[in-house]
Ligand binder design. Structure first.
Ligand SMILES: [Fe+2]
Length: 128
């Protein structure tokens, strides 16, 4: 278990993030929660991979929008949050809801971006 790892309960679908790693198991609904692996791929071939665009001090992270095929944002299937990872272990996150565009723009003081993550309620955690 490490800081910022994401776990999901297979029964109640609760999703949590670890801020301070502790004992190895995190229990929910009477059983160990599942670690959500950070999946990755080339964003051109996999719409779940967050695409980072930097313009001045604005960093936009989108899921499928740049490819012309935005990720679905329906009640059943949507991007729950988009996170920007900046240097010095600084994180910025936007929570989304069904009907929103699968995209987030962050204004940063230092555009030295390390990466981005997004979480799809059906397909899990993706990183670029
Ligand atoms: Fe998805």
């Amino acid at each position: 278990m490490k800081q910022k790892s994401v776990y999901k309960c297979a029964i109640c679908k609760k999703v949590i993030e670890i801020l301070n790693p502790g004992a190895p198991e995190t229990i929910c609904c009477g059983q160990a929660m599942n670690l959500m692996e950070e999946k990755t791929a080339d964003w051109k071939g996999e719409k779940h991979v967050p695409k980072i665009t930097i313009e001045g001090n604005k960093v936009t992270v989108d899921v499928g929008v740049s490819m012309g095929t935005p990720h679905p944002m329906t009640e059943e299937h949507y991007i729950m949050w988009i996170e920007l990872i900046c240097k010095d272990n600084c994180y910025k996150r936007k929570f989304l809801k069904p009907g929103d565009e699968p995209k987030a723009t962050f204004v940063v003081a230092d555009i030295e971006v390390v990466g981005a993550r997004e979480y799809c309620n059906l397909h899990g955690l993706w990183k670029s």
